[in-house]
Write a protein that binds this ligand. Sequence first.
Ligand code: HEM
Length: 201
Amino acid sequence: MSCAPQHPRSPFLLALRAGTQSSHKALEQRLPFFDARFDLHGYRALMQAYYGFHAPLETLLVGHQESARNKTPALTRDLQALGLSAAQIDALPLCSALPVVADEACALGVMYVLEGSTLGGQVLKRAMAERLGLDANNGGAFLDVYAGATGANWRRFLERLGTAPASSQDAAVQAAIATFERFEQWLDDRGVLLEPSRTGH
Ligand code: HEM
């Protein structure tokens, strides 16, 4: 994978990465994308649950991130392509146990998780194209939300991280961990995750 730019590794980025590595791994292993039984129905249920997390969380990020980074429009488009009406999308359950976005430090931690997911999204986009025939027009827009701008958007986010004061690092890491935990909890509550691995790997 070459989406991660060879950018000078800021201590801030390294702290976020180290702090969330095990949460990322845990979530990745419970997401059903690569499960043998995963089909379009499962994918649609999963994207509905994603919507229920991203939509209210992006509302909390208003004022902290450019609206061009909002991923809810792509999720809406995917759900419509997968057969949901606008009314059905409006009626989807929304997560209320969200990470707290009290200040810029928290926002950076939350954004790290949401922006980083566009990197993993590149892997998922290709896998879902292969396995489910998905593309940007029939339900797969979210997984490639920035399309050709994925690398550039990530680099711009890293530049912003690079200018953040070291004093906000701990709060950002805690917010990033909380984002992973709450996302996993929400997806679990919606019944769209695999059982946790018993081996702990
Ligand atoms: C099965 C699902 C997933 C897979 C296979 C996956 C895979 C990956 C891969 C391969 C990378 C490295 C990309 C690169 O270096 O170019 C990555 C990065 C990342 N992913 Fe995931 N991912 C998945 C789900 C998620 C989810 C759901 C989130 C958050 C909600 C997430 C958050 C991140 C973050 C924050 C990074 C950036 C790490 C860094 O460079 O510091 N991933 N993922």
